[in-house]
Design a protein around this ligand. Structure first.
Ligand code: ADP
Length: 397
């Protein structure tokens, strides 16, 4: 059997797939079906012969996965030739039940179904991906890789909200954290770049994509992270507010008569960069800011101020910090964000080298000065590879 894993990330109206060699992270092929359930869907498949895009109706996730299998047949590479070892599924919420990736069986499906109230948008889609993949690949072991699992090492003071304790004990209201596969991958990669054992390294990871989260990783274990019960808490994101005064929803209900659903929607989908500047895509926001748009400038400043605040807080949590690492779309590409977030922190031993920070590069790199006590890195995240590695770890290859 090979080390190839079919990685599946099923969203509510999309299905991403990739065949990844778990040994080296190379992707033999990947694709994306989007606008599932709408009148017109789109399927992109990237294989050895380049990219093919088809536009057609994709009524269901099952249809999307069948379309992917057909694309492997007609555009390559052949799935038989790849000799898949397993299927690895991204699952967003594993609650307190899952502190590691796990083999999928009926009991696991039941457990993930029980967690739907904690992730009402994500877990049902992930479960649908699991259902159709089990149906279409009945001979392959399937593994669930949870976004929350890496953060199950948070100690009680970090994961307990200061609210009536029975909310936590009876209803699971506590901090879980997300982006765990990315934080795990990036913190481990950072130890490798430092030439040290992950067990000896303390790292602050800043995952800045559409969603954004920070994690404090001590000796390879997550001890603090910025997302909470849901991915809404913490840093400023594309459309999510991150931290707000928890009294705001009650105030809005009383004063403006907004319903809970309206407030929930506003905080998740109409806040963050979009809420301040009307634009959630960071590239567009940067252009507006460069043109002197006042709201874009404010959104940028609020975004970076929040990151800086978290770096300071996590520095105190870790006591000793070996590296600060930027990853995901914004973290990997925006030198301006990296500089604005960390400038002037020489007293904390953090000094970014301007030229290194601004040098265009897509690879993992150090952007701190040679004598910066704390190393600052940019490390491209690779969640598919991490999912493939964990999947293979579970099936015991
Ligand atoms: P996701 O969280 O969906 O995986 P990504 O990690 O791809 O998202 O990050 C998406 C964000 O990264 C978008 O806001 C996008 O504008 C931003 N981004 C991508 N490339 C660049 C770039 N070259 N410069 C600045 N921002 C970028």
């Amino acid at each position: 059997m090979s080390d190839h894993v079919l990685v599946i990330n099923a969203g509510s109206s999309s299905l991403k797939y990739s065949v990844v060699d778990a040994r080296n992270g190379e992707s033999a092929a990947s694709g994306l079906a989007e606008r599932i359930g709408e009148s017109q869907g789109r399927h992109i498949h990237r294989g050895p012969n380049g990219e093919t895009a088809t536009t057609r109706s994709i009524p269901s996730h099952e249809d999307a996965l069948r379309g992917a299998i057909e694309a492997f047949e007609s555009h390559g590479p052949s799935l038989d030739g790849l000799d898949l070892a397993a299927v690895g599924h991204r699952v967003v919420h594993g609650g307190s039940k899952f502190s590691a990736s796990a083999l999928i069986d009926d009991a696991l499906v039941d457990a993930v179904t029980e967690l739907v109230p904690l992730a009402p948008l994500h877990n049902p889609a992930n479960l649908e991906g699991i259902r159709v993949a089990r149906q279409l690949f009945p001979g392959l072991p399937q593994v669930a890789v949870f976004d929350t699992a890496f953060h199950q090492t948070l100690p009680p003071p970090a994961y307990t909200y200061a609210v009536p304790l029975r909310w936590r004990d009876d209803h699971g209201i506590r901090r879980y954290g997300f982006h765990g596969t990315s934080h795990a991958f990036v913190s481990r990669e950072t130890a490798r770049l430092l030439g040290r054992d992950p067990a000896d390294v303390n790292v602050i990871v800043l995952h800045l994509g559409n969603g954004c989260s920070a994690a404090a990783v001590r000796g390879g274990r997550s001890v603090e992270t910025s997302m909470g019960l849901t991915p809404l808490e913490g840093l400023v994101m594309g459309t999510r507010s991150g931290d707000v005064d928890p009294a705001i929803p009650a105030y809005l209900t009383r004063e403006l008569g907004l319903s809970m659903d309206e407030i929930d929607h506003a905080l998740n989908s109409a806040s963050g960069l979009k809420g301040i500047a009307g634009e959630n895509d960071f590239r567009e926001l940067s252009q507006l800011r460069a043109q002197g748009d006042e709201h874009a400038g404010l959104a940028f400043d609020v975004y970076c101020h929040r990151i800086r605040k978290y770096v300071g807080a996590y520095y105190a949590v870790l006591e000793t910090v070996d590296a600060v690492v930027f990853t995901a779309g914004v973290g990997e590409h925006s030198g301006e964000v990296r500089a604005a977030s960390l400038n002037g922190l020489g007293r904390l031993g953090i000094a970014i080298d301007k030229d290194r920070n601004n040098a265009p590069s897509a690879g993992a790199r150090r952007i701190s000065t040679d004598d910066s006590e704390v190393a600052v890195f940019v490390v491209p995240t690779n969640e598919e590879w991490q999912i493939a590695r964990e999947t293979l770890g579970v099936v015991g290859n």
